[in-house]
Structure formats: C-alpha cells, structure tokens
Design a protein around this ligand. Structure first.
Ligand code: HEM
Ligand SMILES: *[C@@H]1O[C@H](CO)[C@@H](O)[C@H](O)[C@H]1NC(C)=O
Ligand SMILES: *[C@@H]1O[C@H](CO)[C@@H](O)[C@H](O)[C@H]1NC(C)=O
Ligand SMILES: *[C@@H]1O[C@H](CO)[C@@H](O)[C@H](O)[C@H]1NC(C)=O
Ligand SMILES: *[C@@H]1O[C@H](CO)[C@@H](O)[C@H](O)[C@H]1NC(C)=O
Ligand SMILES: *[C@@H]1O[C@H](CO)[C@@H](O)[C@H](O)[C@H]1NC(C)=O
Ligand SMILES: *[C@@H]1O[C@H](CO)[C@@H](O)[C@H](O)[C@H]1NC(C)=O
Ligand SMILES: *[C@@H]1O[C@H](CO)[C@@H](O)[C@H](O)[C@H]1NC(C)=O
Ligand SMILES: *[C@@H]1O[C@H](CO)[C@@H](O)[C@H](O)[C@H]1NC(C)=O
Ligand SMILES: *[C@@H]1O[C@H](CO)[C@@H](O)[C@H](O)[C@H]1NC(C)=O
Length: 343
C-alpha cells in the first residue's frame, strides 16, 4: 500500500518536473556529495584559462545526447578495431577540450571511485558552461550510466549538418523527441563559440555561404580556400557578443548574420521566425526556455539502473571483467558466468 502510494507520488512528481522516472535530482547526494561541485570547479578553472571551454563542453553534451543517447559515448577513443564517434566528420576536428572532462573524471575517481558516470559529467559541465558565460542555471537530474559502444557512422548519420533546411532540422530533432520550439531554442547555443571555416565554406569554398568576416577569434577571416588550406582557422558564430550567453545570436540572425544554412533556416518558416522574433524581444524568455529544452535534451535515451556501466576512464570502456564485477556486486547470489553487463 505504502509502496503503491509512493510510486504514484513519485510518478506525478516526475511528470510535473518532466524528469524521466529514472534520473533524479541529486542522484549522488549520498554516494558522492561533492560530484557536482568537483565538475563545476574543474570547468571553471579550465574556463578561466581558456573561455573556449564553455562552448566546447556545451556542444559535447549535445553531440553525446544525439548519438545513442546521453551515454558518454562521444568521449570514447577509437581503437584499432573501432572508429569512435569523436573521429567522425561532425566531431573531428571540431570537438575540443576532452582533457577537461578527463580532469573532472580524475578528481571524481580520486574522491569516489567508480561512482559518477562520464555521461553525467557532461550534463553537469554543459550546465556549468551556460552559467559561466551568463546563461541561466538549472538543476540537472542525474543517474545516467555510460554506454559501451561508440560508432563514427552513427555520429555522421544522427547529428544535424550545417546545411540542413528547416524541414530537415525539425525532422532530425523530432527523431530525438524534441519539438520545433526546442530546436529553435537550442540553436541559440550558437550565441557562444566558434566554427571552423571548413564547416560552412566547404572544403574548396564551394559552399554557398562564403563569408568575409572581420570578427573571427584570431582577428583573421575565413579567406578563399580556407577550408582546404587553413583547416584550423575558426570564426565566431555570434559576431556581436561571441562569448556571452545572451540573445544576440537571434539579433544577428534577423540581420542576416546567421553563419550556417541551419541558422538562416530559422527565418524561412513562419512558426520558427515568430520564435526567433520573440527571443529578440525577450532574452529572459529565451533563457528560461533554453534551460527547459536542455533538461529534455539531457534525457534522450539515457541508460539507468544496471544498464551500461560507470566508466573508470571516460575514453575507454571498462574491461569485461570490471563490468561483470559491478553486476556481481549488485546480485551477490548470481554466478560469474552470467554476470555480463548489457549495452
Ligand atoms: C540545430 C542544429 C545544429 C547544427 C546544424 C549545428 C552545427 C554546428 C556546427 C557546424 C558548428 C561548428 C563546428 C566547427 O566547425 O567548429 C557548431 C558549433 C557549436 N554548436 Fe551547433 N549545431 C546545431 C545545434 C546545436 C545545439 C542544439 C547546441 C547545444 C545546445 C549547439 C552548440 C554549439 C556550440 C556551443 C558550438 C561552438 C563549439 C565551440 O566553440 O567549440 N549546436 N554547431
Ligand atoms: C538530494 O538533495 C537535494 C537537496 O536537499 C534534494 O532536493 C534531492 O531530492 C536529493 N536527491 C536525492 C536523490 O536524494
Ligand atoms: C591552460 O591552457 C594551456 C594552454 O592553452 C594548457 O596547456 C593548460 O593545460 C591549461 N591548463 C588548465 C588547468 O586548463
Ligand atoms: C555502426 O553503425 C552503423 C549504422 O548504424 C552500422 O551499419 C554499423 O554496423 C555499426 N558498426 C559497428 C561496428 O557496429
Ligand atoms: C529541404 O531539403 C529536403 C531534402 O533535400 C527537400 O526535400 C525539401 O524540399 C527541402 N525543404 C525546404 C523547405 O526547402
Ligand atoms: C521518443 O518517445 C517514444 C515514445 O515515448 C520512445 O519510444 C522513443 O524511444 C523516444 N525516442 C528517443 C530518441 O528518446
Ligand atoms: C578542391 O580543389 C582541388 C584543387 O583544385 C581539387 O583537386 C579537389 O578535388 C577539390 N575538392 C573538392 C571536394 O571539390
Ligand atoms: C574577401 O575579402 C578579401 C580581402 O578583403 C577580398 O580580396 C575577397 O575578394 C573577398 N571575397 C569575397 C568572396 O567577397
Ligand atoms: C591543424 O591542427 C591539427 C591538430 O592540432 C594539426 O595536426 C595540423 O597540423 C594543423 N594544420 C594546419 C595547417 O595548421
Ligand atoms: C514550419 O515547419 C513545420 C515543421 O516542418 C511545419 O509543420 C509547418 O507547416 C511550417 N510552417 C510554415 C508556416 O511553413
């Protein structure tokens, strides 16, 4: 009776907070009370050193969640037998600052070994990055577990490329149960960070969005043939306030400063354009909606309970024995031969 009552209450609460039944706020309260503080301090220290850390970690969480769910699979290194997500075209060479995640993980392993997942580190770090650049803070439900598969082809297939039009973007986000509004709201993340020239100019500047910016991160522009000859040259995405988590991305958009076709596409559909205009008018509205959409994105296909594992090193899946140990520890009576973790 008591159990049933609590279940009902818990389900109602989860529905109210739109948190999936399996993730919890403060999941590490007892097992690693300093988990979120350790991640925040690591990210803040790295950000002080290099402000590019914030956009990098925000994008890393997005790219994690859209491929096999938020399971830390984007962090796994390729091996001789496996090309991992991070070595796919959408992620390489543009994803950066994996070492910051490594540092957070090392601190966590020192404090509470084998407890905090790499997937949760990314979810916390993305939130911390938003706050560090001036966005609104929000509580991150946790308890995600780490996947054991990372597949470069899936990253290429699942992540939206910068040449997608409005319909394609909506369809891509819908496949992750995210709405048109979530898509427009989350695109506002392009208010911070950089793009490689090659991402929009095309390898030989054959792309139709050839810009001659004067506001890039190193004072240079994306010159002719920049994709081919200057593969590492980048430009800010929000030229107005490139390091601030404000609504200037939308202001720039409406002044035709959208960098990607996917950015400019938000003006091609009346519903999207109305959202963009409303965010130009009210930064506060966008910031609140951004936090809500991040909460949704952070719950895509999460592994929980005994699924997956808690990776010891975010770059390497645990050895098979270690995964079995975890299952055996949870089921003292079971025999070793069946104690293999799935997915
Ligand atoms: C709507 C579809 C989206 C497309 C097509 C897209 C595409 C891109 C591309 C091509 C880049 C530049 C990568 C490079 O060349 O360095 C980029 C950067 C970035 N994206 Fe997106 N993106 C999308 C949505 C999102 C979402 C949902 C988020 C986060 C919530 C996000 C956050 C970022 C950030 C922060 C950067 C800058 C990264 C850095 O400075 O290291 N993007 N995006
Ligand atoms: C952890 O503590 C916070 C703050 O007291 C509370 O809101 C949250 O529900 C707790 N979570 C769990 C899983 O104990
Ligand atoms: C600070 O930045 C330098 C150069 O970008 C890098 O070598 C170093 O590891 C960074 N230190 C920290 C604590 O992030
Ligand atoms: C990677 O994903 C692709 C697309 O889903 C699939 O065809 C391929 O078999 C996968 N590779 C491995 C090694 O599982
Ligand atoms: C978007 O691209 C798809 C695929 O190329 C195409 O079928 C569709 O007509 C385009 N939609 C718009 C609104 O341009
Ligand atoms: C989307 O929601 C449906 C129905 O609840 C669910 O079956 C599916 O797994 C979800 N997909 C993702 C990517 O979360
Ligand atoms: C880019 O230009 C070079 C030199 O003209 C040419 O060899 C190469 O095939 C071109 N690549 C693409 C993708 O167009
Ligand atoms: C870009 O700017 C450079 C230098 O100002 C100029 O030589 C070049 O023609 C411009 N390219 C385009 C496509 O406008
Ligand atoms: C671009 O960066 C990569 C990785 O740091 C480096 O190996 C490569 O030499 C760089 N290329 C150029 C042309 O600077
Ligand atoms: C905007 O895009 C959505 C999703 O593709 C579509 O359902 C809607 O009809 C479009 N609205 C307009 C006014 O074109």
């Amino acid at each position: 009776m008591t159990t049933r009552c609590c279940l009902v209450v818990a389900t109602l609460l989860a529905a109210l907070l739109s948190v999936s039944a399996s993730l919890e706020f403060g999941f590490y309260n007892k097992t690693c009370p300093s988990a979120e503080t350790i991640v925040q301090q690591t990210v803040a220290a790295a950000f002080t050193n290099n402000s590019g850390v914030a956009p990098a970690l925000l994008r890393m969480h997005f790219h994690d969640c859209f491929v096999r769910g938020c399971d830390g699979s984007v962090l796994i290194d390729s091996t001789a037998n496996n090309k991992a997500e991070k070595d796919s075209i959408p992620n390489s060479p543009s994803l950066r600052f994996f070492d910051v995640v490594d540092r957070a993980k090392a601190s966590l392993e020192a404090r509470c070994p084998g407890v905090v997942s790499c997937a949760d580190i990314l979810a916390f770090a993305a939130r911390d990055s938003v706050v560090l650049t001036g966005g609104l803070g929000y509580k991150v439900p946790s308890g995600r577990r780490d996947g054991r598969i990372s597949n470069a082809t899936q990253a290429l297939n699942e992540l939206p490329p910068p040449f997608f039009n409005a319909t394609q973007l909506v369809d891509n986000f819908a496949s992750k149960n995210l709405s048109l509004e979530d898509m427009v709201v989350l695109s506002g993340a392009h208010t911070i960070g950089v793009s490689h020239c090659s991402s929009f100019a095309g390898i030989n500047n054959t792309g139709d969005r050839l810009y001659n910016f004067s506001g890039s991160s190193d004072g240079s522009i994306c010159p002719s043939n920049s994709g081919r000859f200057f593969p590492n040259t980048t430009t800010f995405m929000d030229l107005i306030t490139p390091a601030k988590f404000d609504n200037k991305y939308y202001v720039g958009l409406t002044n035709n400063l959208g960098l990607f076709e996917s950015d400019a596409a938000l003006l091609t559909n009346a519903t999207m354009k109305a959202l963009v205009d409303s965010f130009v008018r009210s930064e506060a509205t966008w910031k609140t909606k951004f936090a809500k959409s991040m909460l949704k994105m952070g719950q895509i296909e999460v592994l929980t309970g005994t699924q997956g594992e808690i990776r010891r090193n975010c770059r390497v899946i645990n050895p098979a024995n270690a995964a079995a140990d975890v299952v055996l520890a949870r089921q003292p009576g079971s025999s070793g031969s069946t104690g293999v973790a799935t997915s």
